[in-house]
Write a protein that binds this ligand. Structure first.
Ligand code: ADP
Ligand code: ZN
Ligand code: MG
Length: 487
């Protein structure tokens, strides 16, 4: 197979569950994840005859925040449509969604893959309601092998936004990076918890392949409900290979919806793709069109938090950090906040970045804690770095102390006091130790005098041993050299 002759075209459709208090069109609580089935419902979200939906203002504002953060324009006219289809998780037999008048259009998001930057076009951002959840009873939990299915309507009517990209992503890595960048923006806005395992961030990936140099798009397939970054990447990798193989053997790709099987790392056909006209979209007669005034949009824009990429640029500018350091520190809001809090207490950005991205990152990784859950707060790191800066402790000791402080949540300066770990920089004391080591190690002294300068290293080691690592090594080296030159 000549894989290099082909390129992939990928477009993503992402569903985000908003974390509003109430549902999209009724006053039921939207915080029902994990609750007893069918306890968060009312006649509206159960689709009883005669009920009337009322638009959740907060959900609309959250959606506008997302749309402007993705650089979309917000048309003044915005309308809800009914998307008609039958499925047992949807009591009305239609979903209230948006069709030709979505909330936001024509935006873009910049991603970085390696040292490449790329603007990913956003075709649209629209609002809709979530469906209920089917639980398939049977060993595998799959519908095809179930004895029967149960339905839980707690999720029905939770506000969703759908974000659709242009078909401009080229590799599974780019698709994954886009999802990560998008997730960080959404988390920064605080509009969703973006928990992929719990389904509050879900991704469908559309993909086609074509021979390099071709300009028209090939037939695509859509992989449904990829619920992790890994699934997204693996699913796409598999699907790209599968399509190339088909084309290479003279067959063609069928436009269809496919399922990614994470256990087997393959995709399987679900159903042939439905077309928009199958849904019989029409404006929902129960809902008035929304007029989104530019004043409303501007008011929301004025309260937008600093988004990750702007913050990254500011970190480079204001703190003189490198591009990668700044990126790593600003992808997650909690990390960037942590950094800035340490910086307020100990204004040496390079040193803070270093310690956060190496020692602290490793400790967080081992413990599985998030940075804002750890008992090792910005105050702890600033305290440690001050001790180091004043040479109260050595770098080596600092690495030991950070572990203990992280573990116990006790400030580094208190640990240093408790254990008498203060670095010995007192020259009178150190000179005594230097004399002792010289007396006890005549061989090393003789080696030094014969020109073997590395012998100093051995002698420094002996002083460190006598002080359990507490001697200030720079001073010890200087004292030893002075003393050896004299003798
Ligand atoms: P559909 O009508 O099948 O839902 P859309 O035009 O609405 O298709 O696009 C859905 C998603 O599929 C978008 O993210 C879009 O970028 C992507 N897409 C469209 N055509 C292709 C293609 N030929 N190959 C890969 N992705 C595509
Ligand atoms: Zn309800
Ligand atoms: Mg579509």
């Amino acid at each position: 197979m000549v894989r290099e002759d082909y390129e992939a075209i990928i477009g993503l459709e992402i569903h985000v569950e908003l974390s509003t208090e109430s549902k999209m069109f009724c006053s039921c609580s939207a915080r029902s994840f994990g609750a007893k089935p069918n306890t968060f419902t009312c006649p509206v979200c159960l689709g009883m005859p005669g009920v009337l939906p009322v638009i959740n203002r907060r959900a609309v504002e959250d959606a506008i925040l997302v749309a402007i953060s993705l650089n979309c324009s917000i048309p003044e006219f915005c309308q809800f449509h009914r998307k008609n289809y039958f499925y047992p998780d949807m009591p009305k037999n239609y979903q209230i969604s948006q069709y030709d008048y979505p909330l936001g259009v024509k935006g873009w998001v910049e991603i970085e893959v390696g040292d490449q930057r790329k603007k990913v076009g956003i075709a649209r951002v629209h609002m809709e309601e979530d469906t209920g959840k089917l639980i398939h009873i049977g060993e595998s939990g799959r519908i095809s092998e179930a004895d029967y299915s149960l339905v839980d309507f707690n999720r029905a009517g939770i506000p969703l936004i759908e974000i659709v990209t242009e078909p401009v992503l080229r590799t599974p890595e780019e698709a994954k990076e886009f999802m990560k960048t998008l997730r960080n923006i959404l988390l920064c806005l605080g509009v969703s918890d973006c928990n992929m395992e719990e389904g509050s961030l879900r991704c469908d990936a559309n993909v086609s392949v074509r021979k390099k140099g071709e300009t028209s798009l090939g037939v695509k397939t859509e992989i449904k409900n990829l619920n992790s970054f890994k699934a997204l990447q693996r699913g796409l990798e598999y699907e790209i290979e599968r399509q190339i193989k088909l084309l290479e053997s003279g067959e063609s790709v069928t436009q269809e919806t496919r399922h990614f099987d994470a256990d087997r790392n393959i995709t399987t056909a679900l159903r042939t793709k439905e077309e928009a006209h199958d849904y019989r979209y029409f404006p929902d007669p129960d809902l008035v069109p929304l007029e989104i005034s530019s004043e409303w949009v501007e008011r929301l824009r004025a309260n937008l938090p600093e988004l990750p990429q702007e913050r990254k640029k500011r970190f480079q500018r204001e703190y003189g950090l490198g591009s990668l350091e700044a990126k790593l520190l600003t992808e997650e809001k909690a990390w960037a906040d942590y950094f800035e809090e340490v910086h307020r207490l100990f204004p040496q950005p390079k040193i803070i970045a270093n310690w956060m991205l190496t020692e602290l990152a490793a400790l967080l990784n081992q413990s599985g804690l998030k940075i804002d859950q750890s008992a090792f707060t910005p105050r702890h790191l600033a305290d440690l770095l001050k001790l180091l800066d004043k040479k109260v402790i050595s770098g080596k000791l600092a690495k030991i102390i950070i572990e203990e402080s992280f573990e116990r949540g006790v400030l580094p300066s208190i640990i240093v006091e408790e254990k008498g770990l203060v670095q010995i920089s007192d020259e009178v004391e150190l000179r005594k130790l230097v004399e002792q080591v010289i007396a006890e190690n005549p061989q090393a002294v003789a080696d030094y005098k014969r020109g073997k300068k590395q012998a100093v290293g051995y002698l420094v080691g002996q002083v460190m041993k006598l002080t359990q690592g507490k001697a200030n090594p720079q001073i010890v080296v200087r004292l030893l050299e002075e003393r050896l030159k004299l003798s």
